[in-house]
Design a protein around this ligand. Sequence first.
Ligand code: PEP
Length: 257
Amino acid sequence: MNRKYRKVIIAGNWKMNMLPSKVKRYVEELRGAMPKFKTCNIVLCVPFPMIPNLRKATRDSRIAVGAQNVNEHEKGAYTGEVSISMLEDLNVKYVIVGHSERRQYFGETDFTVNAKVKSLLDAGIVPIICVGESLEQREFDLTMEHISYQIKAALHGLAPEQVRKCVVAYEPIWAIGTGRTATSEQAQEVCEHIRAIIRRGYGARVARSVSILYGGSMNSQNSAELLSMPDIDGGLIGGASLDPAEFARIIEATDQE
Ligand code: PEP
C-alpha cells in the first residue's frame, strides 16, 4: 500500500448471495466489528435489489454503496438491464466492471468493459475494473501479455484525468472462490506490471494515483501480507465479505503494515 499517493480500498463483492431483509443486520454487525479509526475506504458491492436497503443502513457511515455490474447504454429497450442513471439515482459510488464471472457466464468482453468504464466515469461513478489470467494462461507464461491487453482495452480512449479516477482489481481466475490465493509475490508482480502499463500510457503522476486491488480468496489470514506489498492498495473480497466479522478483520489488516 502507499497511502501517500492513493486510496486504500477494501471492497466486498457479495455476488449472488444474501437477502435484502438481511442487509440491515449485516451492516449493524460490520459497523460494530470494524475499527473505529479510519484505516481505509470501505465499499460493499451488492446485488441490485439490496441497494436501497444498503443505502439506508449505511447512512452516516463510511461504507460506500457499490454494484456488481451495469449496462453501458443510457436507457431504452434492454429488458432486464440496469442503467447508470438508475444507480446514480440510488447514490451508488462504485461499480465492478469485467468481473471474470461476468466475462465467463454473461459474455462481457474487453470492449463492453471499455464502454462501461467510459459511461461510469461520465456519471462520476468509480469503475472497479477487474482483470486476471486463467490457470492455462499462467502455465503458458502468458499472464503479463493477457493483463496488458485487458488493461489497454479497458482504458482505451480515456484521458489521463479519467484514468486517475479508475480502480483496478487484479483477480487471477484460478484464485477466485477456490481457496487458492496468489502468493504476495505473484500478486505484487502483476500489480506492479499493471501500474507500469498505466505509467507508459498515461504518465507517472496518473500511475501512482490509481488504486490497484488484489482479489482471489483473500481473507483475514492472508490479507496483511498481501496488503504489505507496495503496489497492492486493497482488496476485492468475495466469499470472506459475507461474514461481517471476517470482513471487519480484513479492514483491520489495512492498519498492519
Ligand atoms: C471475487 O469474486 O471478486 C472474489 C475475489 O471472490 P473470492 O474472494 O471468493 O475468491
